[in-house]
Structure formats: structure tokens, C-alpha cells
Design a binder for this molecule. Structure first.
Ligand SMILES: NC(=O)C1=CN([C@@H]2O[C@H](COP(=O)(O)OP(=O)(O)OC[C@H]3O[C@@H](n4cnc5c(N)ncnc54)[C@H](OP(=O)(O)O)[C@@H]3O)[C@@H](O)[C@H]2O)[C@H](O)CC1
Length: 208
């Protein structure tokens, strides 16, 4: 299961998200065709698009390197992920909401490809206060449209229109918002899938 998730993490990173999707179920998911080589996809973006762009325009991005292991898994660290976003939102002209929509849709698509909606229906998305949390709100909306039963825990909200709009869209679909106190101690009792959208590359402090 871990390699699958890591592959998707790599794929999702190409859409500027450092999302990690955690699957709580212990049973093995049904296999399904994966996107051909996420590693190749991310390599091609980083090597050709960004580096090509940067060498043309003199923008420094040479510090972006894809770390690969022999099992064709690619990783970006925190700084590299932030650097990809800076390029996307700077010289390449993508907007935050455009990237957020792609990130959330990528997460929902990855889940739908690996975990069939019949056996893995109840999805809890835990959303943090920043853009990573916004990615999670978008993912919950797409999961609903894919036939899943999403639940959202969004304890620290922001009043910015981008986020209030995402919340309104979820409320209009009747997607339940749960407080932290509503959550069971053992999440796997109530949910099949947990989407961790708490923090992305702006996390500071220590992991524990
Ligand atoms: N171009 C973009 O920025 C896009 C990014 N995308 C995704 O968003 C994240 C990065 O989003 P960002 O808003 O910069 O930050 P985070 O979501 O990682 O979190 C910032 C908030 O988290 C709080 N924070 C950080 N560390 C802690 C901590 N240890 N304890 C409590 N709270 C913490 C932080 O609070 P501050 O008080 O420090 O301000 C912020 O509120 C990126 O990874 C992508 O996944 C989108 O895809 C769209 C484009």
C-alpha cells in the first residue's frame, strides 16, 4: 500500500500539493490501472518545462532535483515543493484557486482509482487553515461527485472568499462538517479513508 500512496503523492505534487493521503483500511485495495509512470510525469515537468523555462528566462530553479529510488518513486522535499509553486504562480501565471482545484481533483481521482466507492465509501477529510486545507475542501467536493460519502473536519477556518466559497459549495451539497469533538478516538471505526489536508509546505515546527 505504501508504494501506491507514495506514487500518488508524487503525482499530486505535480499539481502543487504536498498532500498525503492516508488510507485507514487494512485490507488490500482492488487493483486498478494506474497512471503510467507518475515518476516520468513529474520528471518531465521538472526537467523539461521548468528547467527549459528557467534557462530561457534566467529564472533560478536549478536547485529542483527529483530524488529517485530504484522503485521509480519520486519525492520533492518541502523547499522543492514550495519552489515548484513559486514558479507555477510566478512566471507561469497560474492562480491559487486554479492550482487548488487541480490539487483537490488529483487527490479525489487518485482515491477513486485505487479504492472502489462501494467498499471504501466513508472519507474523512481533515483540513488545516492554509492552502493545503483548501486542497482538502476541493477534494471532498469531488469525492462527493464521485459517489463517496465525504465528511469534513475544518476546525480553524479562514474568512478569505476563496475558502468561504469552498465551504458554501460543500454545505450546498449537504456534506457534513464535524468538529474535533465529534471524531471518534479510533477513526478507522467510522471511516474507510482519511485525507490528511492539514499542512503542506508552510508547516513549521517539529514533526512528532
Ligand atoms: N501557491 C500556493 O501557495 C498553493 C498551494 N497549495 C497547497 O497549499 C500548500 C501550502 O499552503 P500554505 O497556505 O502556504 O500553507 P499550509 O497549508 O502548509 O499551512 C499554513 C498554515 O498552517 C499553519 N501552521 C503551520 N505550521 C503550524 C504548526 N506547527 N502548528 C499550527 N499551525 C501551523 C500556519 O499558521 P501560521 O500561524 O504560521 O500562519 C498557516 O495558517 C501546499 O503545500 C499545497 O498543498 C495549493 O495546491 C494551491 C496553490
Amino acid at each position: 500500500m505504501v508504494p501506491l500512496l507514495t506514487k500518488y503523492k508524487a503525482m499530486i505534487l505535480t499539481h502543487s500539493s504536498s498532500f498525503i493521503t492516508h488510507i485507514l483500511s487494512t485490507s488490500t485495495p482492488a487493483s486498478s490501472p494506474l497512471h503510467p509512470s507518475p515518476k516520468g510525469f513529474i520528471d518531465s515537468i521538472l526537467r523539461h518545462k521548468f528547467r527549459g523555462y528557467c534557462s530561457n528566462r534566467g529564472v533560478m530553479a536549478s536547485s529542483i532535483k527529483v530524488v529517485q529510488n530504484p522503485d521509480t518513486i519520486s519525492y520533492l522535499n518541502q523547499r522543492q515543493a514550495a519552489e515548484v509553486d513559486e514558479i507555477l504562480m510566478g512566471p507561469l501565471g497560474f492562480s491559487v484557486d486554479q492550482l487548488m482545484e487541480l490539487a483537490g481533483l488529483s487527490v479525489a481521482t487518485a482515491i477513486a482509482e485505487v479504492y472502489n466507492v462501494k467498499d471504501y465509501n466513508r472519507v474523512l477529510t481533515i483540513c488545516g487553515p492554509g492552502n493545503n486545507g483548501g486542497d482538502g475542501l476541493v477534494a471532498a467536493r469531488h469525492l462527493y461527485h464521485f459517489g463517496y460519502k465525504p465528511f469534513v473536519c475544518y476546525p480553524k477556518r479562514t474568512a478569505k472568499p476563496l475558502y468561504t466559497g469552498l465551504v458554501t459549495q460543500l454545505e450546498s451539497l449537504g456534506i457534513p462538517f464535524l468538529s474535533v469533538d465529534d471524531l471518534p478516538i479510533n477513526l478507522s471505526e467510522d471511516f474507510n479513508i482519511l485525507v490528511d489536508a492539514m499542512f503542506g509546505f508552510s508547516f513549521h515546527g517539529k514533526y512528532f
